[in-house]
Design a protein around this ligand. Sequence first.
Ligand SMILES: C[S@@+](CC[C@H](N)C(=O)[O-])C[C@H]1O[C@@H](n2cnc3c(N)ncnc32)[C@H](O)[C@@H]1O
Length: 198
Amino acid sequence: MADRNFDKLLGIKTVGIREWRGKTNYNRYEATPYKALEALFQVYKLDKNDRVVDFGSGRGRVAFYIHNRFHVPVTGIEANPTTYDEALDNKMRYRHKAKHIKAPIRFEYGLAEDYEIKPEENVFYFFNPFTVEIFKKVFNNILQSLEKHPRLADVVLYYPMPKYKEFLKNQKSFRTLNKIRVPGADDIREKFIIYRFD
Ligand SMILES: C[S@@+](CC[C@H](N)C(=O)[O-])C[C@H]1O[C@@H](n2cnc3c(N)ncnc32)[C@H](O)[C@@H]1O
């Protein structure tokens, strides 16, 4: 199904791109393709106890998709004020269609690197939002939270950048759980890598 049609089903608008002006360490907005999300979640299932955070959540596509499919709490963190406002508009429309889903869906305006990880959050999603230097800060925040409140947790990367992979390869507390390719993709980076802390 085309991305616009999938958006329509959820009552949201997430198609398009937004570049940052004058920010070289923050990457542009572009949503994870729905066909990639479908491929991921055909294999990787979420449980009612899971709590998801999307770092650099953009207009919210991943958050809405997961919330709608698994009925679990999802939080999105977005640093671009215009994009964040679009996510809030989407939430208003989405909630009309998804009144029956009790789990909360939240968007926070701010920097991913400043976000305080909650003890119950355990699935951390990244679609290439920023440089590896910022990723390292966010990752350290996750690690500190896991050390303080031990739990099973996953880091999910879409379109993983070599620098992210190199950094994660050296993190002894995480192992590669799975790699999921997007069917029909020409670009070999169109895949997910899931790293598990257990
Ligand atoms: C490639 S988009 C991914 C959007 C969404 N996660 C998805 O997969 O559909 C990356 C997003 O990260 C946001 N971003 C970049 N740097 C950020 C930061 N330091 N903190 C929070 N969001 C950031 C961008 O504005 C953009 O919306």
